[in-house]
Ligand binder design. Structure first.
Ligand code: ATP
Ligand code: MG
Length: 417
């Protein structure tokens, strides 16, 4: 038994999965940077007040926060999400609007660990501050869709809803409170507690006991004011024009107190019921103001990296790399030629590795096999005297003797580069 193991809800991301993670983030960067989003890296912990602003009635804040007092007596929290940090940064640095940024990195929530739900998990996301145009909502949603397509993920479902404007939402919450209070006896204990704190969140309950009361609840649609209704219609129209499939889900409410108007969620068909959500986002108003800035509308999304990769696994999409290197050098003369050839290959842009400790030809060939290299370069005493190398293509076992000076070109050709 080892003395230590990772803490509950945390994991080592081992090779080759870690490479897959990096490629995931790179693919995301490619998609959003092509649309003019700039990279931002907020700190992983902040004054807890920043996160309290996302809503005192959300589970993220009431139950899941990793907060502590540091040695200087400051109350800080590991970030549970990054929208609040981005808004805090906006207020602190006052960039010109529209401010379009993207981020990637870990978040921390004290949740009950299970498959697809971790205490440290990664997200990639974007935020735009300073734009009310519904066409932006369409762009934001379209970028997430484009990213899923780039990953090769197919079974993704998009649900959208509108939470209306300030007054709309308050009237709806009051109607929900009245509805659920009239059916209190039917609700589970947990949901009754949720009703006290945040009636909107009751709609989120997945407990079968609550299903009937939720199905009979009034719908946000009836409470949308004319501005919010027009905005929502424009978003739907834009999504249709962009050829993006969606369903309107009246029950889709996201917890944060500052969510307004457009809200959306992506789910993956390949995942188990407990955690099908692979990403979500929406508009928010008031968060920048709460953090001490001027009234500024915002919109963004966060996509869960861990869960999206599980969805990819279920579909066999976005596979981890199968090889560490392109070429493996086998040197039976002691290894100095391997060193020289590896350096030359690497400089020529070919990923190259070799064996160590003067192992036998057979042992070195085994290592070559394990490396997944498409090409093996072999150099023994005969090749050294002749000034040649052997280039073997692993796929079909064919091999060629070439001049040592041609090594890089020959390897690249054998790799099809
Ligand atoms: P859930 O309903 O599953 O708890 P959420 O509403 O708390 O999700 P968001 O805050 O909207 O999630 O975060 C966006 C995405 O981040 C989620 O869709 C999910 O893919 C991912 N995510 C959230 N919490 C976790 C977690 N504990 N472990 C892994 N991924 C997570
Ligand atoms: Mg959650």
């Amino acid at each position: 038994m080892p003395s230590f193991q990772t803490s509950p809800g945390t994991r080592d991301i081992l090779p080759p999965q870690a490479t897959r993670w990096r490629r995931f983030v790179q693919t995301f960067a490619d998609v959003v940077e092509a649309a003019g989003y700039d990279h931002i890296i907020p700190p992983m912990f902040e004054d807890i007040g920043v996160f309290l602003r996302v809503g005192e009635a959300t589970e993220i804040v009431t139950k899941e926060m990793y907060d502590f007092e540091d040695k200087g007596g400051r109350r800080v929290a590991l970030r549970p999400e990054q929208t609040a940090s981005v808004c805090r940064a906006f207020v602190e640095h006052r960039p010109t609007t529209p401010w379009k940024v993207w981020y990637a990195g870990p978040n921390f929530r004290y949740e009950k660990p299970q498959h697809g739900r971790y205490r440290q998990f990664d997200q990639v996301g974007i935020e735009v501050l300073g734009v009310v145009d519904p066409q932006l909502d369409v762009e934001v949603i379209a970028l997430a869709s484009e990213f899923y397509a780039r990953l090769g993920l197919q079974g993704v479902r998009l649900a959208i809803n509108s939470l209306g404007d300030d007054g709309d939402r308050e009237r709806y919450v009051a109607a929900l409170r009245e509805h659920f209070t009239s059916r209190l006896a039917e609700l589970s204990d947990e949901t009754r507690a949720t009703l006290e704190r945040n009636p909107l969140r009751v709609l989120d309950s997945k407990r079968s006991q609550d299903a009937a009361a939720i199905a009979a609840a009034p719908s946000m649609r009836e409470f949308l004011g004319p501005d919010a209704a027009a905005h929502f219609a424009a978003v739907q129209d834009g999504l249709r024009r962009a050829g993006i499939d969606f369903v309107v889900d009246d029950r889709l409410v996201r917890g944060l107190d500052y969510y307004r108007r457009t809200t959306f969620e992506f789910t993956a068909r390949g995942l188990d019921a407990a955690h099908t959500a692979i990403g979500g986002g929406g508009r928010y108003d008031g968060l920048v103001e709460q953090l001490g800035g001027p009234a500024t509308p915002g919109i963004g999304f966060a996509l869960g990296l861990d869960r999206t990769l599980l969805a990819c696994d279920a579909e066999g999409a976005f596979a981890p790399p199968s090889s560490r290197v392109d070429a493996f050098v086998v040197d039976t003369t002691g290894g100095l030629h391997a060193a020289e050839l590896c350096t030359a290959l690497r400089r020529a842009g070919v990923r190259a590795d070799r064996a160590w400790d003067g192992r036998s030809m057979k042992a070195q060939m085994k290592s070559a096999d394990r490396s997944g290299a498409g090409v093996v370069v072999i150099v023994g005493d005969d090749e050294v005297s002749a000034g040649t190398i052997i280039v073997r293509t692993m796929e079909n076992g064919s091999q060629r003797v070439v001049a040592r000076t041609e090594a890089c070109d020959a390897v690249r050709a054998a790799l099809g580069h």
